[in-house]
Design a protein. Structure first.
Length: 160
């Protein structure tokens, strides 16, 4: 929660956050007013990689203090779906993370309560089925298609 608020504040209220957003929306415009587009992109990728590394180490060292095969069990796919669900809005990302987390814990609570109307395999698949359902609903809506930064994934070619 703290990191979500900190990153949202950084992106909205600081000069560097606005530069990062400008580079994401129009790299040629940002370059024309003197910003190092490649430097900003490398910095953003380095920060994202560091956060992913910290999250992965936290997951493998704190939440599950031993190594096991299939440690993440496909939850990275759910994390990517959260990016689509959030539509680049930190508050919506936090809401989505809590919703997907609630669906994941539903399986554990159902097993602990002895809920036997559904097979355990279906309960284990519920987070992934919910992810597919959310992605399908988002793809049907017209709002979700144009939320990503305009220059996301496009190579930068500086004009000379």
């Amino acid at each position: 929660v703290f990191m979500t608020a900190a990153v949202a504040w950084f992106l909205q209220k600081t000069r560097y956050g606005l530069i990062l957003r400008a580079v994401g929306e129009s790299d040629t415009s940002a370059h024309s007013i003197g910003f190092s587009v490649i430097g900003v992109r490398y910095g953003a990728v380095a920060f994202g990689g560091a956060m992913a590394g910290i999250a992965g180490s936290y997951y493998s060292l704190v939440l599950t203090p031993m190594w096991a095969e299939q440690l993440t069990a496909g939850r990275g796919w759910i994390a990517l779906a959260l990016v689509v669900f959030s539509a680049w809005k930190p508050g919506r990302l936090l809401l989505g993370a809590y919703l997907f987390g609630a669906v994941m814990t539903l399986e554990l609570h159902a097993k602990a309560a002895g809920f036997s109307l559904l097979p355990p395999e279906f309960l284990a698949a519920m987070p992934y089925l919910a992810t597919i359902a959310v992605l399908a609903l988002i793809s049907l809506s017209k709002k979700g298609s144009s939320q990503a930064p305009a220059c996301l994934g496009k190579p930068f070619k500086p004009s000379t």
